[in-house]
Ligand binder design. Sequence first.
Ligand SMILES: [Zn+2]
Length: 251
Amino acid sequence: MVKKCYNTCFVLQDETFTLLVDAGGGNTILNRLDEANVDLSQLDAFFITHTHTDHILGAVWVMRALVMSQRTQPLPVYGHDEVIKTLQLILSHTFTPGMYQALMQKVVFCEVTDGQKVYHRDHELQFFDIHSSKTKQFGVKLTFPDGETLSCLGDEPYQPVNHEVVVHSDWLMCEAFCLYRDREIYHPYQIHHSTAKDAGTLAEQLGVSHLVLYHTEDTQLASRKALYTDEAKQVFSGKVYVPDDMESIEW
Ligand SMILES: [Zn+2]
């Protein structure tokens, strides 16, 4: 569990499409979206990977803010069956009936299955089951209009069953819970996480060009970027990014 960073959610954006993936664990998501100049009215889609607290509880606040928003088109909220069921359950117990009714004008819940593709103009989203042994979780592959691809593996290690989907992605987002050299301190493998070196090795094997490491421990935030980048680069020939909260990566 982290207390000093919010690195479980992100926005993917180009000229015509804005996607929010996960929402962190609380109402900090609303500040972060403000600071990033992302208005809820301009979101084209919202995808929630799984039901853990650090990913879904912020979604309740996003829903709360959507009720008050000027949004005219319903926002598609994508998630697998357990995500949609859980979010609706929390909302039904925490929103007044009137608020819940108002929300239904602002969102449309879209339950997705393993391998399903949806399209937003020329952007393709493909959802895939990451085969987590803890909680059902989906990752997403986004294909941009020019054919460039970004695969988000969610917050657990890659499973070879998803090789076909993510191989040769231009961008790979991968959790890196800690450094390989610190594995005896944090025991990442016991809690279904991997290290910066593991992520780098995977990215090299999959032939990706850009590796984004996120979802880390927070005990060495000041030096994290340099340390994690250095360890991943020892085994990966592409470019490594270890974004701090609110950092933008341009491409
Ligand atoms: Zn998580």
